[in-house]
Design a binder for this molecule. Structure first.
Ligand code: NDP
Ligand code: MG
Length: 382
């Protein structure tokens, strides 16, 4: 196994915990860990992995943590600056960004600007700051490695790309979520608790709701657009209920390559860390005969209108992907709080288009100004 030193941003979450499991099995050193406010989990992780630094974005939680781990050598930082310092100021060679939402963008840039390879689970960072992240990656000559299972699948398939690339399209698979096959009428009264029952993946609350609305697949369209330089019309989505095929690519000769495996995020996490090599994994083998049948369907883009919204945002470019992402973050939270209906989500997210400034070259400040404007617009439209 190769030797690595990694930092994990969002270590207390679903991807963070699985990343630590991968690190433990592989014997990687952990330089820094960050979270928002989960003191208990962070304390246990600090005791188990002994990082140089740890940070909690929440100041009060960080103070509590500092007192709890005073007997260890880990330096506890706080606030957004503390999280960014953990991303940048350690001897880690790779930073896993597993923060949820736009909060992960600045730390992602901090890691890249410090010359670290970025293993990116935090799709919102790339969606909202696509050109900023790509520019920083190029400027610093670091690697941007996808952790999202679909993008890892495409990345893995692309390793078989011919010298002339000859790439015709990308095909993202989608589980369809808990509301697959339902009509808008049937979805009118569904609750956040219904949406949180995902059929194939165990994930954090925000992405689970995004999977139910299929905004997650919309985010992944935008993520694929930035990662692989493909226009929206060359990225298809197919619903695949079993989540065994994680995505596919089609070449000009109509040959299609797919990546398969059991639905366990530790495979793409480990690949992002060991690329281009592969090593044994704790994840179980895929037993195709036991799976027996794989199902595929076209997505119902009328019921799940979020997919179309994201395609439109790619087409408009500039700050539009950031705008729809921020609108969705707000709408996702409002739905979890029981303040809006599931079927209102798309219409509310669309308010982003009206307030988004139409400019191609944008700065980080523009992204955050858009974020604030869009969140206000969503509330005004409720
Ligand atoms: P979780 O909600 O489980 O975890 C989120 C992590 O981010 C936690 O450690 C949380 O800390 C931390 N965090 C939240 N807000 C902030 C903030 N403002 N500043 C700093 N840290 C913060 O999410 P997931 O692990 O499910 O998802 C993480 C990212 O990975 C998302 O972008 C998601 O879309 C993506 N992803 C997830 C997959 C999955 O299977 N879960 C699959 C593919 C992509 P605390 O615990 O203290 O709140
Ligand atoms: Mg995914």
């Amino acid at each position: 196994m190769i030797k690595k030193t990694i930092s994990i941003l969002g270590s207390t979450g679903s991807i963070g915990v699985q990343s630590l499991d991968v690190a433990k099995q592989a014997g990687f050193s952990v330089a820094a860990l960050t979270a928002n406010s989960d003191v208990k989990t962070m304390e246990a992780q600090i005791r188990a992995f002994r990082p140089q630094k740890a940070a909690l974005a929440d100041e009060a939680a960080a103070k509590d943590l500092r007192a709890r781990v005073a007997d260890t050598s880990t330096v506890v930082l706080s606030g957004k600056e503390g999280v960014e310092a953990c991303a940048a100021e350690t001897d880690a060679d790779t930073v896993i960004d597993a923060i949820v939402g736009l909060a992960g963008l600045r730390p992602a840039l901090a890691a890249v600007n410090a010359g670290k390879d970025l293993a990116l689970a935090n799709k919102e960072a790339l969606v909202a700051g696509g050109s900023l992240v790509l520019k920083a990656v190029e400027e610093h000559g670091v690697r941007l490695l996808p952790v999202d299972s679909e993008h890892s699948a495409i990345f893995q398939c692309l390793q078989a790309s011919p010298p002339n690339r000859a790439l015709k399209k990308l095909i993202l698979t989608a589980s369809g979520g808990p509301f697959f096959g339902k009509t808008r009428k049937e979805l009118k009264n569904v609750t956040a608790a219904d949406a949180l029952r995902h059929p194939t993946w165990e994930m954090g609350a925000k992405i689970t709701i995004d999977s139910a609305s299929m905004f997650n697949k919309g985010l992944e369209l935008i993520e694929a657009h930035f990662l692989f330089g493909m226009p929206a019309e060359k990225i298809d989505v197919v619903v695949h209920r079993e989540s065994i095929i994680h995505s596919l690519i089609e070449f000009d000769d109509n040959s299609v390559l797919a990546q398969l495996g059991v639905s366990d995020m530790r495979i793409p996490i480990q690949y992002a860390l060991t690329f281009p090599e592969r090593y044994p994994s704790p994840v179980r083998e895929l037993d195709l005969a036991q799976v027996a049948t794989l199902h595929f369907y076209r997505p119902d883009e009328e019921t799940f209108d979020c997919l179309g919204i994201c395609r439109e945002a790619i087409g408009k470019g500039g700050l539009y992907p950031a705008a729809v992402n921020s609108a969705n973050e707000e709408v996702n939270l409002l739905f979890r709080q029981g303040k809006i209906r599931f079927t209102e989500m798309g219409t509310l997210i669309r308010t982003a288009f009206a307030v988004c400034e139409d400019k191609n070259d944008y700065t980080l400040q523009d992204v955050f100004a858009t974020d604030a404007a869009v969140r206000r617009a969503v509330h005004a439209a409720m």
